[in-house]
Design a protein around this ligand. Structure first.
Ligand SMILES: [Zn+2]
Length: 505
């Protein structure tokens, strides 16, 4: 008796020869694929049978970089570049999270992921409440590689996000012990230093040692924005990737999001250390960060996954949008044959698996692989007529609304477009919670920067901390690297403008 047979399917296997099988059958036992081949018509001795006539089955799609903690900030952080976006919107927002709002944010995130056909994500959390993200993924049935973000340094970080080096490591260890490898291996941990500017050198060295000791991944941001790169150079004397190499963090166990601004030397380091990169085209466009040289990186054999980043800088988490953008974005510079459809689908499957440390386990439909599958119905006007090259149709024309079924670890978490919402409602507190938590956090976003930088006042959410020995704030310039250090000036304006939030700041 086998658990599940998917019959009469067009199967995009992403196996070694990139076979696309017609009228094929996938047999699943437990959480594993045990057979892929021509349809046998077998329906006896089968617990469940899915007729996939008219559908395409592909490996479950993989987000290589996500922030479930930021989803309730969707549509509340537009029109800013990276460092201002973090300082003025995202950090205050993350600092205001409590356990309930974090759970609601993660629930909403994973619901959107599943409904759009993503089965696995590499997620970077906020500093606190990451257990809520794990419990949300556990209940949603999603495959999660993630961890709390680490921030033991940085000017202008709200008090709610500051932590000592010791607590950053201690809290990470607690989460590793509680969650790594749980749910039959569906949930695994990744150490997630936010970026160079928020971490001491001591913390980064300890992260590397801990990653080796506990066998977990490292996930961080690198070279996202030119100002970020300038300040890192000023602070460390290195470019981002070179600094990570200097500290020993590069390697196949590390995934760096963005990598928009890389020197030739940094590209060489990525290639020689087999470090993984995640391309986030929507986020790079919306934050005006730039266009990563993805064709050049992939041309050197570097693993490049794809990710939506966060709903606060995207503003959705639709991996089909990211695939289409990745396929289109580089063509004006590199020519119409660059970033072909198969190459882009590899980013969202095989390369995604590597970026999550799951190579050989997910990312392809082959015997022995875990049963993470996405099924799409290609019958809508926007995909008709379907090309002989079905991969082209998938990457250029298919949308998330075409996803009908999602199977993760052998379990159908969405069947005929049903199930994902109910699963979320059962496991969490439902849609209302997301609305309430979103409203509360949106109110927080009304606080003015002056409110946040004032000495302790009626606003108790986040009086900013000043950092001893911070780089010079002599220049009040709002452009260039000084801007970063000049923010959150310790001296509040004499007459701060009134805050618009409802707490009477
Ligand atoms: Zn990010």
């Amino acid at each position: 008796m086998v658990d599940l047979v998917i019959g009469n399917a067009t199967v995009v296997t992403m196996n070694a020869t990139r076979e696309v099988l017609r009228d094929a059958e996938i047999v699943i036992q437990g959480n594993r694929i045990v057979k892929v081949g021509p349809a046998s018509g077998r329906k006896t001795g089968v617990r469940r049978y899915f007729d996939a006539r008219g559908k395409v089955v592909l490996p479950g799609l993989i987000h290589g970089h996500l922030h479930a903690c930021q989803t309730l900030c969707r549509n509340h952080a537009d029109g800013l570049e990276l460092l201002d976006w973090l300082r003025e919107r995202i950090w205050p927002f993350e600092a205001a999270h409590d356990a309930a709002s974090m759970r609601a944010s993660a629930d909403l995130t994973f619901l959107e992921c599943i409904k759009s056909g993503a089965t696995a994500v590499l997620d970077m959390g906020s500093v606190r409440h990451y257990e809520q993200v794990f419990s949300s993924a556990r209940d949603a049935g999603l495959r999660l590689v993630g961890g709390k973000c680490l921030m033991d340094a940085g000017q202008g970080v709200p008090r709610g996000l500051r932590e000592t080096t010791e607590s950053a490591i201690t809290e990470s260890l607690k989460l590793i012990d509680a969650w790594h490898g749980t749910e039959n291996g569906r949930l695994t941990y990744a150490l997630a230093p936010r970026f160079v500017l928020s971490c001491t050198e001591d913390l980064l060295r300890r992260v590397q040692a801990l990653a080796v000791e506990r066998g977990v991944r490292i996930h961080t941001h690198a070279s996202e924005n030119p100002t970020d790169c300038d300040v890192v150079r000023e602070k460390t004397g290195f470019d981002n990737v070179s600094y990570f190499h200097h500290l020993g963090l590069l390697g196949a166990h590390t995934t760096l999001a963005h990598c928009v601004w890389l020197t030739a030397e940094e590209q060489r380091l990525l290639r020689e250390t087999h470090t993984c990169v995640t391309h986030c085209p929507s986020a790079n466009l919306k934050l005006a960060s730039g266009t990563a040289k993805i064709p050049e990186l992939m041309g050197q054999g570097i693993t490049v996954a794809i990710g939506a980043d966060g709903a606060a800088c995207n503003n959705n988490l639709d991996i089909w949008v990211e695939m289409r953008l990745a396929a289109l974005l580089h063509k004006p510079r590199c020519g119409p044959t660059s970033m072909g459809a198969m190459q882009v689908l590899e980013m969202a499957t095989l390369h995604g698996a590597k970026a999550l440390g799951l190579e050989g386990q997910v990312g392809a439909i082959a015997e022995g692989y875990k049963a993470d599958l996405t099924m799409v119905e290609l019958s809508g006007a926007h995909v008709t007529p379907v090309a002989d090259d079905v991969v082209s149709t998938l990457v250029y024309a298919t949308q998330s609304r075409d996803v009908t079924d999602v199977i993760i670890d052998g379990t159908a978490v969405m069947r005929d477009r049903r199930g994902a919402d109910a699963r979320r409602a059962r496991g969490a507190r439902g849609r209302e919670d997301a609305r309430h938590a979103g409203a509360r956090l949106a109110d927080v976003m009304q606080c003015t920067p002056s409110c946040r930088t004032s000495p302790p006042s009626k606003c108790s959410t986040w009086p900013a901390t000043s950092v001893p020995n911070a780089p010079s704030m002599a220049s009040p310039s709002r452009s260039g690297p000084e801007k970063w250090w000049a923010c959150w000036a310790p001296t509040a304006p004499a007459r701060p403008p009134p805050c618009a939030c409802s707490r009477g700041c």
